[in-house]
Write a protein of this length. Structure first.
Length: 520
């Protein structure tokens, strides 16, 4: 047996068919039911001519069909492509063409925009709802007789934080070990594919995971499949937006063990609902709240942990190009990043390991199980996945230094680094400081062109409830960090530019900051 995700899931479905696998609103599918529905969809797609190596786009809100579509595609050696439901025709056309989509599954209200962006190679558009159910009902529930292997691909499109989205190509086996933690989160990975199901059968029930971000975000997909690979429950709150009360309702009702979020953009509304409704939810089953993809500030983490009687909040570290790499633990309130040295290191500009205590700022790199590259983009593949001394690395751009004791100090994404007067300022550090001020709810920091400094640091903040006095906040910052890191300008806004996943939309924030600066 190989590390093919469809094979592994089918092995689970045969071993514990009646175990609950997927919950989304009123839908409650067992492992067998999810397998049967995915078989039907796979057979329907085969009838549409979809074959191994082809891609089907998913432009959907959160729903159980998203998980079904992923499994169905894997069953026939195909792959699904995550397409943001926020995109308009121009961006949709780019992804449809870039990913070579042969088909699309979408919502009724999203279909007109998708049809306007439809590309010549796309053979079908399947609408979620009655048409989707009719397609399944008319198809066989027999498992497709299509060869599969560990070399089949999963493609996850990045969020396009600093440019157009790119498709990260993962072999099934590499994704299993890098992003699904080898079937054993927090422990030694399972090295023989045939051992996974017996291990999950022994445990009597796996990890119950609820992912708050949209399933168009790679983090949400991987969190859901981590649960299913571990014989647990993948829970989905259906809809297009974050619904804090519905999330806490599901955490309580389904005995969720792990809640997956993306940074303060999701943690803040979740913790505010808890603070407004003390004692409303029983969260004793919730063991971990994991944040990945954006920084979770210390102040918000501490507010959230107050409401978790048995749980903790973790900043997980990783990217679409690396999978899970480690997590932050806290020393006197400050994060200390612990990365797994079995596959992660910090490299200097020559791609040599950074010497501990040298003060050199390097880039965090993963080796071993890493992606093949970016779909259809060999130039960016070489830049992000370079080879040094016979070892190939994934280096998406996260910056860090290494202290004398080997502890890694995470600085932030290099693309969000601001060069002001020759000094480097990492946006995440300043954002976390701003969010620690009692008057500030959320913050994004960007760099704007400056005739004197090259770039100047500019902050955008939202208020926690009362008024925000910009000068008071800036004076407070000057007592916390070096003067060159303190924003030269601070603007209070109603809302901040973020992607559907909750990650900062730095280009959008930069445009907003530039407009505000020009108006002053």
């Amino acid at each position: 047996m190989q590390f093919n995700l469809a094979d592994l899931y089918e092995s689970h479905a045969d071993a514990f068919p009646d175990r609950l696998a997927l919950v989304s609103g009123p839908v409650r599918w067992t492992y067998r039911q999810l397998d049967d529905r995915a078989n039907r969809l796979a057979q329907h797609w085969r009838a549409q001519g979809v074959g191994p190596g082809e891609s089907i786009g998913l432009c959907l809100y959160n729903c159980h069909e998203y998980i079904e579509c992923m499994l169905a595609a894997w069953k026939i050696g195909a792959r699904t492509i995550n397409v943001s439901f926020r995109y308009k025709a121009r961006d949709l056309a780019y992804v449809f063409a870039n990913a070579d989509l042969v088909g699309l599954v979408t919502e009724a209200e999203l279909r007109p925009e998708c049809e306007a962006a439809r590309q010549p190679q796309m053979r079908f558009v399947l609408e979620r709802g009655p048409a989707y159910e009719e397609a399944l009902a008319a198809a066989s529930d027999a498992r497709p007789a299509v060869p599969r292997s560990a070399d089949d691909l999963v493609i996850i499109y990045t969020g396009g934080t600093t440019g157009m989205p790119r498709g990260v190509m993962w072999r099934h086996e590499d994704l299993f070990f890098a992003a699904l933690q080898g079937g054993n989160p927090g422990g030694e990975p399972i090295t023989n594919a045939s051992e996974l199901t017996p291990r999950m059968l022994e445990n009597g029930g796996g990890i119950n995971v609820l992912s708050a971000p949209p399933l168009i975000h790679g983090s949400a997909q991987l969190a859901s499949w981590l649960a299913l690979m571990n014989g647990g429950l993948a829970a989905v709150v259906p809809g297009r937006s974050l619904m804090p009360e519905a999330i806490w309702d599901m955490v309580q009702a389904e005995g969720i063990h792990t809640l997956n979020i993306v940074g303060d953009a999701m943690a803040l509304p979740l913790v505010e609902v808890l603070e407004q409704n003390p004692g409303r939810w029983d969260l004793r089953e919730l063991m971990v709240v994991t944040s990945a993809g954006a920084v979770l500030s210390t102040s918000v983490r501490e507010r959230l942990e107050v409401h978790l009687p048995r749980g903790m909040v973790m900043n997980n570290f990783g990217a679409s190009e690396t999978g899970h790499q480690g997590a932050a633990f806290y020393d006197e309130g400050k994060p200390v990043w612990v990365l797994d040295e079995r596959h992660t290191t910090v490299l200097d500009d020559q791609l040599d390991p950074v010497v501990p205590g040298s003060g050199v700022v390097g880039r965090i790199a993963r080796f071993g199980h890493i992606p093949l590259g970016y779909y259809g983009d060999p130039v960016k593949t070489v830049a992000t996945f370079p080879t040094r001394n016979g070892r190939r690395y994934a280096i998406p751009g996260d910056m860090a230094t290494v202290q004398e004791d080997g502890a890694i100090v995470f600085l932030g994404r290099g693309s969000a680094c601001i060069n002001t007067g020759g000094e480097k300022v990492f946006a995440e550090e300043v954002e976390e400081l701003l969010k620690a001020h009692p008057a500030v709810r959320d913050a994004i920091v960007v760099g704007l062109p400056d005739p004197r400094w090259g770039q100047r640091v500019v902050g955008l903040v939202t208020a926690r409830g009362g008024p925000v006095d910009e000068e008071t906040v800036l004076a407070w910052c000057r007592g916390q960090i070096a003067a060159y890191k303190v924003p030269k300008q601070l603007f209070v806004v109603e809302s901040l530019a973020r992607q559907p996943s909750g990650k900062p939309d730095y280009p959008g924030a930069q445009a907003a900051a530039a407009a505000l600066a020009a108006a002053t």
